[in-house]
Design a protein around this ligand. Structure first.
Ligand SMILES: [Zn+2]
Length: 408
């Protein structure tokens, strides 16, 4: 599925096309551009077809002290440019012979990533008849973008088959042929876009009986090198996964997580998700029940409080502890207060909630006086104000005293 490097537009021989396991090579500098050097041959894979480039270094053969970092490799104006820091480029001249080395650990992971993508894309075609439109192939994981949404069951089937293939020793072969040489049997089943390749030379990457794909990327020799594949994310038409050691780690953590959760839910690890759905449903029912219960308790308690208002100096006062209830429920049940009334409640938090219909002592004024004494945080409007509290009983006494001492 990956676009082929256009051989006739480039001067660099791509050594990784024949052998992706080369870690070191010798080459001649053909050109030096603003950004880096062009070589007559290379093992560095240039960014393209969804696969990130190799990194590494180039060393001058005649003076091994000169060693330059290659931070990436890019196709620029039809040339494959090994990107090197500008100030380092003056150390090189055209026709110099260099020895190049790639960061092998990174490359090998990219090979595994890329090869796994071929297998999964092929299995998605087989199980769901959906093509891959784009793949992002990185060391840490791969994401595959599909032409359309895949059903979960079909993805599961594709993943199972992929993992079976990845645990068996199937050879991954590369063939460079001309377009006319494509076997008739392959023409209709070849993944990739033949029409997009300008060159007559094409490269087919094949896993026997599994996949044949037009591709210029780097791959492993055998499928078992890749290791298992585990999903990271799944959004209908985008599938993200990790592979190899990272997949083993994820699988281990997921299975331990499932077992631990299963024990908490008194279930079996394989039934954790169904059990979870049931528990969440029950939890929501309980929440609704609890909500109704709280509402009715607030209602009856508020009715009692309203029957016998207290009095401090000139102020009529309603006071109560609703620390089990949300502020909005308490305000709802309180309703409208008569003139020159103060309502002082503890609500869930715990929060000291004050409403006032008094012009002499508005709610925000009372809270301000309370905060001055207690150093708590709070504020509000003349009709409703609140403050955080730590000791409901003590704080209610403080408020009562503030009202009693209030000089009009
Ligand atoms: Zn490929």
């Amino acid at each position: 599925m990956i676009m082929m490097p256009r051989l006739d537009a480039e001067k660099t021989e791509l050594l990784f096309w024949d052998n992706s396991y080369m870690k070191e090579f010798e080459s001649k500098i053909l050109d030096i551009t603003k950004k880096g050097v062009v070589l007559d041959r290379t093992i560095f894979y240039p960014t393209g077809g969804g696969q990130f480039s190799d990194i590494g270094h180039l060393q001058l053969k005649s003076n091994k002290d000169i060693r330059l970092n290659v931070s990436s490799v890019e196709k620029i104006d039809g040339k494959i440019v090994h990107i090197i820091q500008e100030k380092q480029l003056s150390k090189l001249k055209i026709s110099d012979i260099i020895i190049g080395r790639i960061n092998w650990e990174r490359r090998y992971n990219l090979m595994k990533a890329h090869s796994s993508q071929h297998v999964l894309s092929a299995m998605i075609v087989k199980n769901a008849n959906i093509k891959t439109s784009k793949a992002v192939i990185d060391v840490s994981g791969v994401s595959i973008h599909l032409d359309k949404t895949i059903a979960k069951e079909k993805l599961i089937a594709a993943l199972l088959e992929t993992n079976k293939i990845l645990s068996s020793e199937l050879e991954i072969k590369t063939n460079i042929i001309s377009k006319e040489e494509i076997p008739v049997s392959l023409r209709n089943n070849l993944r990739g876009h033949l029409e997009e390749i300008a060159s007559n030379k094409i490269r087919i990457v094949s896993i026997k009986g599994i996949d044949d794909s037009l591709c210029g990327g780097t791959h492993c020799k055998v499928t078992s090198e890749i290791g298992p594949l585990v999903l990271n994310d799944f959004k209908g038409d985008v599938i993200a996964y990790v592979f190899g050691d990272a997949a083993l780690e994820k699988m281990t953590n997921l299975s331990i997580g499932a077992i631990t959760t299963a024990k908490l839910l008194a279930s079996k690890p394989t039934k954790v998700f169904q059990r979870m759905e049931k528990v969440i449903k029950e939890f929501n029912e309980m929440k609704e029940l609890n909500y109704q219960l709280v509402k009715s308790v607030v209602k009856s308690q508020m009715a009692e409080i309203k029957k016998t208002p207290g009095q401090i100096d000139a102020f009529q006062i309603l006071m109560g502890d609703f620390s089990f209830a949300e502020k909005k429920h308490v305000l709802q049940e309180l309703g409208e207060l008569p003139d020159e009334f103060l309502a002082i409640f503890i609500v869930k938090g715990p929060i000291l909630l004050i409403t006032s219909t008094s012009k002499k002592l508005p709610a925000n004024k009372l809270i301000q006086l309370f905060i001055q004494q207690t150093k708590n945080n709070g504020g509000g409007s003349p009709t409703v104000a609140q403050s955080s509290i730590s000791n409901p009983e003590k704080d209610l006494k403080i408020v009562s005293k503030i009202i009693a001492d209030f000089k009009q």
